[in-house]
Design a protein around this ligand. Sequence first.
Ligand code: GTP
Length: 556
Amino acid sequence: FPVENIRNFSIVAHVDHGKSTLADRLLELTGTIDKTKNNKQVLDKLQVERERGITVKAQTASLFYNCEGKQYLLNLIDTPGHVDFSYEVSRSLSACQGVLLVVDANEGIQAQTVANFFLAFEAQLSVIPVINKIDLKNADPERVENQIEKVFDIPSDECIKISAKLGTNVESVLQAIIERIPPPKVHRKNPLRALVFDSTFDQYRGVIANVALFDGVVSKGDKIVSAHTQKTYEVNEVGVLNPNEQPTHKLYAGQVGYLIAGMKDVTEAQIGDTLCLHKQPVEPLPGFKSAKPMVFAGMYPLDQSEYNNLKSAIEKLTLNDSSVTVHRDSSLALGAGWRLGFLGLLHMEVFNQRLEQEYNASVILTTPTVPYKAVLSSSKLIKARRAVQKNMIFIDQNRVMLKYLFPLNEIVVDFYDSLKSLSSGYASFDYEDAGYQTAELVKMDILLNGNTVEELVTVVHKDKAHSIGKAICERLKDSLPRQLFEIAIQAAIGSKIIARETVKAYRKNVLAKCYGGDITRKMKLLKRQAEGKKKLRKIGNVEVPKDAFIKVLKTQ
Ligand code: GTP
């Protein structure tokens, strides 16, 4: 395939603005998939994506398109739209020369439209603005054109107005891809240089690496080397994604496809790695900006006998999603487990759901926390910082873009939901890391009859300590069974008690139901009670069942 007839592009948009629907239409128009079928989000392969109607994993598809007697190869890389997955977006963009920036004709420019535009702009890609959903009753494409001109400095006549749902004007999007996006700058005569931009794990075939070829050619049987691990492999299969894997004899520079090379260990196919021929080593391509986890949570098997199964499920899933960080951890109450770092809350939920759906694993996920840097000092004289307004830009008369500096802890848990309900769904939100700031944080202990419960020690903002402490005490009170004596549940900062709940004393008489008589039944009941105690953890004289920890530590 001549390089000048290849276009590598991506579709980016705010959530729900119609990327996947546009991708479906492009696949149909180019005959990649059958038009008669009911095609809905063909590239959203994961069960979690179909259920939630969101794209999580970037997918790739090669389309063939005839235009003025020439055949073009268009490599489409679908990308996720949610804030949490902007890492996937930037990864996909490194294999592209242009993007379709899809904007809803009714909603106009939203937070992730802006974030995605700048990712593409910084990567120096051609941006084709596509105004979608012009069939909607409230659509106002002219207003959106003006917004695009004002915010991105793209002349309004460059906007293509379509309805992806009805297929209206989608053909001109294909035209624009050919006319406005340059072919990749590659050298087929040079030695092989292939970028691994994604990888998935298949139970039977091992690691499948998605690659973009910048230089050279790769064929079945070639000996290749990973620049990252220096390990050598023999290529078993190469092919294109159409959108399903379709083996070919070779892959040439400028093409995007997949490669299977006997990588069995999940750590072998690093995203951002460069592959080259064994006999012709090359300078590796620049790697990716690595993903930075923002939210951390503990993950434990429901039962310790499940530890190894869960371990291998997590390993396989992190190969699919290398933005998750994993560290071994253990908790006195929950046993051996891990501390995982995620890009955001949705990312965490999706990871959890994928573990359950794709690996049949049931797990305990603890309440998420955000990273802090602690500076030890005798007095906490440091001034607290709240949200600080940075700037304000009017996109048009009805819409304003506000920039604030927020403590991450304030936005990870329920900020997005509150913002949506306060603005009746009109506001949208995106964030990026602004570095560490000093804040007045305190360590809060939870005490049971005066003894600290190690599992429940947390770091909180001084002003929130009382309400958070009170909530934990209440949840603990609801989940602690009564015992033979009164239990004081307290939240404390240093020696100062800030919240308290009490569980009244109760004598649990398991024999009450056996009226005298039957000694074997009595023995059975006593034995069962003793077994029940094994699952308890003793804190001082208070027995805490594992369930109580789960209830207090879990997300919901
Ligand atoms: P994410 O993958 O979650 O980012 O969403 P997306 O941008 O891929 O959006 P998707 O294609 O899933 O479309 C979101 C919703 O908008 C779906 O209910 C589509 O049916 C609808 N939709 C997409 N295009 C059009 C259109 O042209 N007109 C109308 N009326 N609805 C559309």
